[in-house]
Design a protein around this ligand. Sequence first.
Ligand code: 5RP
Length: 223
Amino acid sequence: MNQDELKKRVGHAALTHVPEGEVIGVGTGSTVNHFIEALATMKDRIRGAVSSSQASTARLQALGIPVFDCNDVEELAVYIDGADEIDPHGHMIKGGGAALTREKIVAAQSRRFVCIADESKRVATLGRFPLPVEVIPMASGRLIRQFADLGGVARLRLANGAPLVTDNGQHILDVTGLQIPDPLAFETRINLWPGVVEVGVFAQQRAAVCLLGTAQGVVTLTY
Ligand code: 5RP
């Protein structure tokens, strides 16, 4: 079974975590795209979704699923999203799709985070995947030097030869060479650096459950 088939399996398995009659939080990425496709089959049994990106909003709306503004909804029962890495405690690296800030905002408004991922995303310690950090453009030069002081190499993410611009109008740095054994301390530290909009370590908003797609089937991990 290839990686996309594993993503599809967990995307569909996530329906069992969708409470009827509620507005749910929906993430971003290729795994979530499979979840959105599955969610459309029960769209008459939910009120709608709060979305973490313009891309997911467009997909949800195209399938007839109502999308609410974050500020028009109070607590969300569940947030369902993928990850670039997940460690044995449910801490994640996210932001491969450049949506990390909105993902963290929607996750923070949700009672529990259900992560959907194929088994390649499972790691012992965060840091193999280049860490995405959303930054205010005028701060990027200094932030690249601050990451170098930590032993990391930060590069500006490009799209079609120009800096990628996020849904929030900001830029993304991708940082390689870091090991993150204490994700909560790391997240807190980096988010204090002036010019950082959000770091792609999800420790405060870690997963409560991970549906992991493996060759043997979908495994449910709880943290
Ligand atoms: C987007 C994300 C995604 O959840 C993460 O990149 C995983 O993506 P995919 O499901 O395509 O492997 O954080 O910002």
